[in-house]
Design a protein around this ligand. Sequence first.
Ligand code: NCD
Length: 309
Amino acid sequence: MTTAPAARTALTHVISSEQFDRARLDDLFVRAAELDGARNQRCAGQIMATLFYEPSTRTRLSFESAMLRLGGTVLGTEAAHAFSSAIKGETLEDTIRMVSTYADVIVLRHDQLGAASRAAAVAAVPVINAGDGPGEHPTQALLDLFTIQRELGRIDGVHVAFCGDLRYGRTARSLALLLALYPGVCCSFVAPDVVQVGADILSRLDDRGVPHREVSSLADVIDDADVVYQTRVQKERFGDPAEFDLARTAIRIDADVMRALPQRAIVMHPLPRVDEIAPEVDADPRAAYFRQAANGVAIRMAVLDSVLS
Ligand code: NCD
């Protein structure tokens, strides 16, 4: 991969995968590889605020670890619905205006679609979307793409089979948008109808000429898959329990699936998993999900370095 000089301009807000082009992605991946395992002072004197209105383990802690490794400091609140002034009725906009005066960058996770854009519209500092309800999760998509590059040695031409909850799963949505920037990529969406991928994502893929298939059985596409990207059924987003029950019939990855999966392929998952990947799969070298999660620190170092430089 080459580093395009034009991409060395700072990122501002990180709201959607649609903001990225190939030059920017190449630049971020070069930076992430350079920063992986490093500890330096590139963000010394800078403060990152994490505002999380939804639970998180990996995203919040990997952002915090990234900032600390860059010599910066962190402050924030988890369970922000309960532990911030939101419980007193303060709007997200007012909270963001205030936090903008306390920190140099804000990492926001919220349960509402569009919350990150609303925050960016009033923030005096960069806002990074760490998940806005069923919308997007662009930094997860960056680390997922970085993982595909590291594991398979290429992104061009890969066939990714997305499985699970593709309706509410924001990580699959954001990753599909990034994959569309690479030639020869093809996407399969494997899910029961009730949680099939949204028409908005399919139309973006069509705009870019990315071939895609929507199927209900992994067996239909597994022979040709390079990546099986499994996701959790997003129980918290279902208004109707009957729909959740239908969605639970989504695909489970177990030893039988691994026997059918090509040797060259990998299994990814943004985590947390519930029961959609059997624990017996973990020992298989093609199970890439823990390596994938570990890549989150390097990618978030690269994102923070770009936003704050
Ligand atoms: C995901 C999320 O929050 O969207 N987790 C993550 O950030 N790694 C996936 C999920 O919650 O199922």
